[in-house]
Design a protein around this ligand. Structure first.
Ligand code: HEM
Length: 109
């Protein structure tokens, strides 16, 4: 990964209203993101995903890699039509690379 995790922690402020990470993280309006790198989409057991996200996971075998996360975070609703992640996206390449590097530091609890 080429991103800077420390800079990504600051970018993650934009995600924190809806997502929690780290020890004891709990679902908010979005799922907990611990261990997200390498995991199939829509895989947190305690979260009710949209039909669109569930279907992307099962019919397209969507796995969250740095590449798929980069595409999703650029413009969530363009990457997964019908996702309930109501976030405009991160326009800057650097912000996406950094937040992905930050997420990679959290393993599945
Ligand atoms: C889903 C990351 C901002 C609400 C997801 C997923 C990721 C992610 C990776 C897929 C999770 C999975 O498959 O288990 C991020 C990042 C953000 C961000 C890095 C900031 C840059 C937000 C914001 C909100 C939000 C601001 C609320 C307004 C959601 C919801 C889902 C989701 C509701 C489930 C989507 C669905 O089922 O269609 N997010 N997110 N996220 N996120 Fe975010």
């Amino acid at each position: 990964l080429t991103g800077d995790a420390a800079a990504g922690e600051r970018v993650f402020r934009k995600c924190q209203a809806c997502h929690d990470v780290g020890a004891g993280a709990m679902p908010k309006s979005g799922p907990v993101l611990n261990g997200i790198l390498g995991r199939p989409a829509a895989n947190a057991e305690d979260f009710a995903y949209s039909a669109a996200m569930t279907s992307a996971a099962s019919t397209q075998d969507l796995i969250w890699t740095p590449q798929t996360l980069d595409a999703f975070l650029t413009k969530p609703k363009a990457f997964i039509d019908g996702t309930k992640m109501t976030f405009i996206g991160l326009r800057k390449d650097e912000d996406r690379a950094n937040v992905i590097a930050y997420l990679a530091t959290f393993l599945e609890e």
